[in-house]
Ligand binder design. Structure first.
Ligand code: SF4
Ligand code: SF4
Length: 288
């Protein structure tokens, strides 16, 4: 009974924002948000906000001032629609409760505010761009939400799962912490698997001048290895001259893009193109 009551009260527990009373959410513990904010100082927060917003604050103000609150963008947002049209999920509210407040307070916001911003921009927005496309004035809300993500990334306040994937990309240039040796090992293992059915079929690594270079998603060689075997069979049946690169970058995903880590984003794209140039391939085929 005592356990039942504890569960009941935990379910009822809500977080009410001290800055926006209408922003009420379930408690959702996440060390990526709860623990990381303990390292923040007011100086660090202010400096980071000013560095990211920089000379763009007038552009952001122009967006806020141009908005006529027609609500078209809200009707495009899956978060708003799937939460009974709760106005705190509307795209404009997401801007108002994050970057607009940062500008209004000249960067002088506390760590709890940053945690709330991170929750809004990482867990209540997919950066899908639909709101920006629906806006009759073409106001780029997604760009602005992306700026808030960058502020949170630079402050290290990101939900744990996204933080892990972003750090994996920084360290290994793939989202699953796969080492170079493991990558090659998986390819060779999958070639052996395919060999059981097709004797002359290969999973070709670093084939110079191939027509196609296939670039999987990080999860494929880690948890979906059968995708490699099946892709090899498809390429074989279609008669495609294809290859996979032996070196980084082979993971075509970019978790860095979702946290707005511009340096790693560049390293990923450069690595993909370096492989294409090194092997003189003609087309890149990406899983997504
Ligand atoms: S970018 Fe974010 S706010 Fe805009 S429609 Fe998509 S999920 Fe909603
Ligand atoms: S669609 Fe554009 S003008 Fe209308 S509420 Fe959204 S941002 Fe404002």
């Amino acid at each position: 009974m005592a356990v039942k009551n504890a569960v009941k009260s935990a379910v009822k527990e809500k977080v009410i924002s001290k800055d926006f009373k209408e922003y009420i959410r379930d408690v959702n513990p996440d060390v990526g948000l709860d623990e990381t904010i303990k390292r923040l100082t007011p100086e660090k927060i202010e400096k980071t906000i000013k560095a990211v917003i920089g000379g763009r604050s007038s552009r952001i103000k122009a967006v806020m001032n141009t908005c006529i609150h027609c609500g078209l963008c809200a009707e495009a947002c899956q978060w708003y629609l799937s939460n009974d049209k709760d106005p705190t999920y509307a795209p404009v509210a997401k801007m108002r409760m994050t970057i607009w407040e940062m500008i209004k307070r000249n960067g002088k916001v506390d760590a709890e505010f940053i945690k709330q911003c991170a929750r809004i921009v990482f867990t209540e927005c997919n950066i899908c761009h639909r709101c920006s496309m629906y806006c009759p004035y073409g106001l780029d809300i997604t760009f602005i939400i992306g700026m808030v993500r960058r502020i949170c990334f630079l402050l290290g306040v990101i939900p744990q799962r996204q933080l892990d994937q972003a750090q994996a990309h920084i360290v290994t240039l793939n989202q699953v912490w796969l080492s170079q040796n493991d990558w090659l090992d998986v390819l060779q293992w999958q070639e052996e698997e395919v060999g059981a059915d097709f004797k002359d079929l290969r999973v070709p690594i670093d084939r110079d001048g191939a027509e196609v270079m296939w670039l999987p998603l990080g999860a494929e060689p880690k948890t979906g290895t059968y995708h490699i075997e099946r892709t090899a069979k498809i390429m074989y049946a279609a008669g495609v001259n294809w290859t996979l690169p032996s070196k980084d970058v082979w993971d075509s995903s970019s978790m860095s893009m979702f946290v707005r880590d511009f340096v790693t984003m560049q390293r990923i794209v450069r690595g993909l193109y370096d492989n294409a140039a090194r092997l003189r391939i003609k087309k890149m085929v990406l899983t997504e």
